[in-house]
Every structure is written in structure tokens, then in C-alpha cells.
Design a protein around this ligand. Structure first.
Ligand SMILES: *[C@@H]1O[C@H](CO)[C@@H](O)[C@H](O)[C@H]1NC(C)=O
Ligand SMILES: *[C@@H]1O[C@H](CO)[C@@H](O)[C@H](O)[C@H]1NC(C)=O
Length: 401
């Protein structure tokens, strides 16, 4: 028999080992062009659909704002790189504004200023040891992009749990609905998820359509699309419970459910409330990853978005720290217990930004932006320090958290 202290230190060692991320696991953070760049009318940039939408319909935006200036990242890209470097990010994921790069919308004319902006950003990141990650791929993106490597589809998913044990089949159906566009690419059989395809064909017939509203693939198309990936990109924020809808219940997809499938979505009262739709349910990310592995096999997964919003620009953002800690814990369980090959984790977002119809009222940043300051001052929040500590120790075991 071992002395208790030996057992204890072995236990501690085992725990520490489990809370370490695998060697080579990468941490990053993300933003998207319209949400941060601003400079909507500089040089030869043409308006995007969001420029037009926000200018013509300010009432559709909670605070009647727009992305005209946003975080001014078009001018402050060097500050953004410095912020990313201070966090110790392995990669920075951003998107390309097409009307900035290709003002005509076609590749016959490439904006010199647009090209220069993205080249500067990419070169600046590389010079600071940060890998640029762009999820779009196009033959005439800035030359550098050609060399960045892997291709994957980003899938925005809500994990779904049955409201009660009778609803398991319905929960499974809705999971497949969320995986609708992933299925043709990642499933071994290719094509649409059979349960979804069958159901839409049935409802289409009932509605008097001569064929399904979900167009069927030819065998040739199935073979062509199947397997065209290097990794699976998962965006996960929150989960929902699934139950059969009441007759006549008003359902809007995906907020409250699906009329197509007669299923209502809600949240469990035991889940932690967050900002608006963003209820924190950390086990959801692990279950989602496990489910995807069961469906699509032992492929590479990259978490391309995960993050937490607040309505106020709090600097000591304990809620966000808890959210990141609890979700990363579940990612580790997925890796260690479920043997899911997750190779990267991306926090949304590096900096507060323009959150579409929520305007500037929904704060997702690890780093605060003062939107009243013409210089859009960047200030790291508690969560930025937490995330930097996780990245630095490559582990969730931190001395002071
Ligand atoms: C660009 O848009 C801003 C408003 O965001 C406006 O004040 C400015 O005059 C515009 N500049 C040009 C060159 O049109
Ligand atoms: C995970 O995927 C990466 C990229 O495909 C591969 O290099 C690595 O060996 C895989 N790891 C495991 C544990 O399967």
C-alpha cells in the first residue's frame, strides 16, 4: 500500500496531465471584415450589401448604428496585430471584404488599395509569428493567400437535446438539419441526411409539390462533393432543447424552432443565462463534437468560433472568463475522453465589433473597444488575460484562476 501523499500526488499529476492541451493544439481569435474594418467608402471600395442595408434601414439595427467606422481596423490593423501578439495567439482568423478587394464584384478588376490592406495584414501577422487564417478561398485573392493551405467549411451549429426522453428522435432529426450542408461533404455516403431528405419530401408532397423542395443530388454530384475537405470547422455558441410543437405554434428558424419539422426549440432552465440567445451550456460543445465524430468519422475538427457576449462593456468580465474556461474544459474532455481530433480553438472575438442587427450593443471582445473614442482605444479585459494565460501554459491549470 502506498502512503496517502504518493496517491495524492499521483492523482494531482493525472489531473494536471488531463488539463493540458495536446502538443500542437492551436489557439486563435477571430473577427470578420464588415464587423471591424470600417472605412466603408475609402478609395475604390464599393458598398457591400450591409453598407446599403444599414444606411437604408437604420431602424432594423438595435442602436441604429452601422459599420461605417466600426473598430477602424482598416487603419488600426497594426494595433490589432499588437493585441493578438500580446494574447500570444497562434493564429488570427479574419475575413476578406469582397467589395474592398473586388469593387466590381468580379475578378477582372482588383483594387490596389484593397490588395495592399490584406497583404499588409497578412505580412504583419506572419512577421509577428501569427498564422493568418482566412476561410474564403478564391484564385485571385492576394497572392499570399494561395499558400495558406487547408480548406474547410464553417458550420454554425446549435447543439440540440431532447426536452424529454420521448423526443430523442426529434432531437436527432434537428441535429441533422443543422448538419444539412455538412452532410454532402463530410458523410461517408454523401448527399443529404436521409432523415431530413425523407421528411422534406413528405411535406412537399402533402403541400402538392410535384417534387421535393429539397432538390435531390444526382449520384455524380454526390460523388463529386463527397470528401472535399481537409477539416471540419465548427462554430459553437449555445444549445437548445427540442420538443414537438403545439398545433399552430409560431416558429421561426432557428430561434424558436422549425415549422417544416413541427418542432419547437427552447432552453433548459438549469442552463446559465447569457446575453439574449446566448445561453451558456458547455457540455453542448463536447456532445456536438462527439456526435460529429460518430456521424462523419475520425476527421480533424477545428473550432472556428466560440464566445460570449455581454450587453455592457464590462472590463472585469467574469462571465466571459467562466464561459471560456467551461467550454475549453469540455473541449479537453472531447479530446481526451471521446478521442475527438480537435486541433484548434478560436475565440470569438478578438475585439468588440459591429454585431449585425445588434449594432454595438452586444460585446463579444476579449478586448474592449471604446466606440466613443475617435481612436477606438483597445483595452484588454480580464478574459483577455485569462485566455493569454491558457495559451501561455497550454493548459487549463493556471495558478490564479
Ligand atoms: C465616407 O462616409 C462618411 C460617413 O461614414 C462621410 O462622412 C464621408 O464624407 C464619406 N467620404 C467620402 C469620400 O464619400
Ligand atoms: C489529428 O489530425 C491531424 C491533421 O489531420 C493529424 O496530423 C493528427 O495526427 C491527428 N491526430 C490524431 C490524434 O489523430
Amino acid at each position: 500500500m502506498y502512503p496517502l501523499s504518493v496517491v495524492l500526488s499521483l492523482l494531482v499529476a493525472a489531473c494536471v496531465a488531463e488539463r493540458k492541451f495536446p502538443p500542437g493544439f492551436k489557439f486563435g481569435a477571430a473577427t470578420a471584415a464588415y464587423q471591424v474594418e470600417g472605412a466603408w467608402n475609402v478609395s475604390d471600395k464599393s458598398p457591400s450589401i450591409w453598407d446599403t442595408f444599414t444606411h437604408d434601414n437604420p431602424d432594423f439595427i438595435v442602436d441604429k448604428s452601422n459599420g461605417d467606422m466600426a473598430c477602424d481596423s482598416y487603419h488600426l490593423w497594426e494595433t490589432d496585430i499588437a493585441v493578438a501578439k500580446d494574447l500570444g495567439l497562434h493564429f488570427y482568423r479574419f475575413s476578406i471584404s469582397w467589395p474592398r478587394l473586388l469593387p466590381n464584384g468580379h475578378s477582372n478588376y482588383v483594387s490596389e488599395d484593397g490588395k495592399r490592406y490584406y497583404n499588409n495584414l497578412i505580412n504583419g501577422l506572419i512577421a509577428n509569428g501569427i498564422e493568418p487564417v482566412v476561410t474564403l478561398y478564391h484564385w485571385d485573392l492576394p497572392q499570399k493567400l494561395q499558400d495558406l493551405g487547408k480548406v474547410g467549411l464553417t458550420n454554425q451549429q446549435l447543439w440540440c437535446e431532447p426536452k424529454n426522453s420521448d423526443e430523442e428522435e426529434n432531437a436527432e432529426l434537428i441535429r441533422n438539419v443543422f448538419a444539412l450542408f455538412a452532410y454532402p461533404i463530410y458523410s461517408k455516403t454523401g448527399g443529404w441526411p436521409p432523415s431530413v431528405e425523407k421528411r422534406i419530401a413528405e411535406t412537399s408532397e402533402k403541400e402538392g409539390y410535384s417534387r421535393s423542395r429539397l432538390p435531390t443530388f444526382t449520384q455524380e454530384e454526390i460523388e463529386f462533393i463527397k470528401g472535399t475537405y481537409d477539416f471540419y470547422g465548427l462554430n459553437y455558441y449555445t444549445s437548445r432543447t427540442v420538443e414537438t410543437a403545439q398545433p399552430g405554434e409560431k416558429l421561426s428558424w432557428p430561434v424558436s424552432g422549425s415549422w417544416e419539422f413541427g418542432l419547437a426549440l427552447s432552453t433548459d432552465p438549469s442552463w446559465k443565462a447569457g446575453h439574449a440567445w446566448l445561453i451558456s451550456y458547455p457540455p453542448g460543445i463536447r456532445r456536438q463534437l462527439h456526435w460529429l465524430k460518430e456521424k462523419f468519422g475520425d476527421i480533424e475538427f477545428q473550432i472556428l468560433e466560440n464566445g460570449y457576449a455581454t450587453s455592457e462593456p464590462v472590463m472585469y468580465d467574469q462571465g466571459r472568463v467562466n464561459y471560456y474556461r467551461d467550454h475549453l474544459e469540455q473541449v479537453l474532455l472531447a479530446i481526451n475522453e471521446d478521442k475527438v481530433n480537435v486541433t484548434a480553438y478560436t475565440a470569438w472575438s478578438l475585439i468588440d465589433n459591429y454585431e449585425w442587427s445588434s449594432g454595438y450593443t452586444s460585446r463579444f471582445g476579449l478586448v474592449n473597444i471604446d466606440f466613443n473614442d475617435p481612436n477606438r482605444k483597445r483595452t484588454p479585459r480580464a478574459s483577455a488575460h485569462y485566455y493569454a494565460a491558457v495559451i501561455n501554459s497550454h493548459s487549463l491549470d493556471l495558478p490564479h484562476h
